[in-house]
Write a protein that binds this ligand. Structure first.
Ligand SMILES: Nc1ncnc2c1ncn2[C@@H]1O[C@H](COP(=O)(O)OP(=O)(O)OP(=O)(O)O)[C@@H](O)[C@H]1O
Length: 261
């Protein structure tokens, strides 16, 4: 049992679209420093769950507490300011910017004065910019992309762009990072690289919740797995427990022929 207080407490979370219960009565906790995966067949409710945690979608009912504070009713930017950032299934890279500029856009959320707030105090702005550049380089270093800092983000291979996106998410100095299918579109080598980056960041204290279809990644990365099927939580446990859970195997057999790794 984890003795620390949970970072995130999801309780009886429900979202319906007309008659469809996209997420139904889902509860689970995430503890500091954990990597938790959400898996489930297509349409199981994974993205809807993420969208509720980040207030992109309002919940129909239930509660999401972060450091004990209720998130339901807050706006997306408020949740980001509280320390939750996310990446999306489709890459969200600013193609007209360099790699390092992309990372710096993630830092503005928590900047002390903000570039506008600094007004005309140009020396202060210059100092803050310099500090941001140095920090952004550190974040790029952490994902192994510092050597491409001044290249155009648009020109990078897809796998590199994914790493830049993660560096930008980390640059907001979050307490929890949500990754929506981070391995989508990556080749096996790029996937392994990204797994290494996630594990390294976790070792520095970062907490992750991620949705992923690639079972090899899930089984090798997650400390715990939450399994959704038809909107409901059907299982929760360690990778080993989930791999051998008959309810999970049945859910996947009905979908795509098994929990292949
Ligand atoms: N905006 C919407 N309007 C109506 N129904 C929706 C909407 N968004 C999701 N749904 C339905 O809610 C259910 C859960 O969808 P969701 O996208 O959360 O599943 P998922 O597990 O992320 O699927 P996938 O693995 O295919 O991305 C599905 O039945 C889906 O059709």
């Amino acid at each position: 049992m984890n003795q620390a207080a949970p970072l995130l407490e999801v309780r009886n979370l429900t979202r319906s679209f007309g008659g469809v219960m996209a997420v139904h009565d889902v509860s689970f906790d995430i503890f500091p420093g954990e990597i938790v995966a959400v898996i489930g067949p297509n349409g199981a409710g994974k993205t809807t769950l993420f969208n509720m945690i980040t207030a992109i979608l309002p919940a129909t009912s239930g509660s999401i507490r972060f450091y004990g504070q209720e998130l339901i009713g807050k706006k997306t930017f408020e949740i980001a300011q509280m320390g939750i950032t996310r990446t999306f299934q489709n890459l969200q890279i600013f193609e007209n910017m360099s790699v390092i500029e992309n990372v710096m856009t993630g830092m503005h959320i928590r900047g002390k004065t903000g570039l506008l707030g600094a007004g005309f105090r140009l020396s202060q702005v210059a100092r803050e910019e310099r500090t941001m550049l140095e920090k952004a380089l550190e974040y790029l270093e952490a994902v192994g992309m510092a050597h491409k800092a001044y290249e155009s983000a648009a020109m990078l291979p897809y796998g590199n762009q994914r790493l830049v996106e993660i560096a930008r998410a980390v640059a907001a100095d979050p307490k929890l990072i949500l990754l929506d299918e981070p391995m989508a579109g990556l080749n096996p080598e790029e996937s392994r690289e990204l797994v290494d980056v996630i594990l390294k960041m976790r070792n520095k204290g970062m907490t992750f919740l991620f949705v992923e279809h690639d079972m090899e990644t899930v089984m090798s990365t997650a400390d715990r797995i939450v399994v959704l099927d038809y909107g409901g939580k059907i299982a929760e446990g360690t990778p080993e427990e989930i791999y051998n859970d008959p309810r999970v195997i049945a859910a996947y057999l009905g979908d795509e022929g098994g929990l292949e790794c």
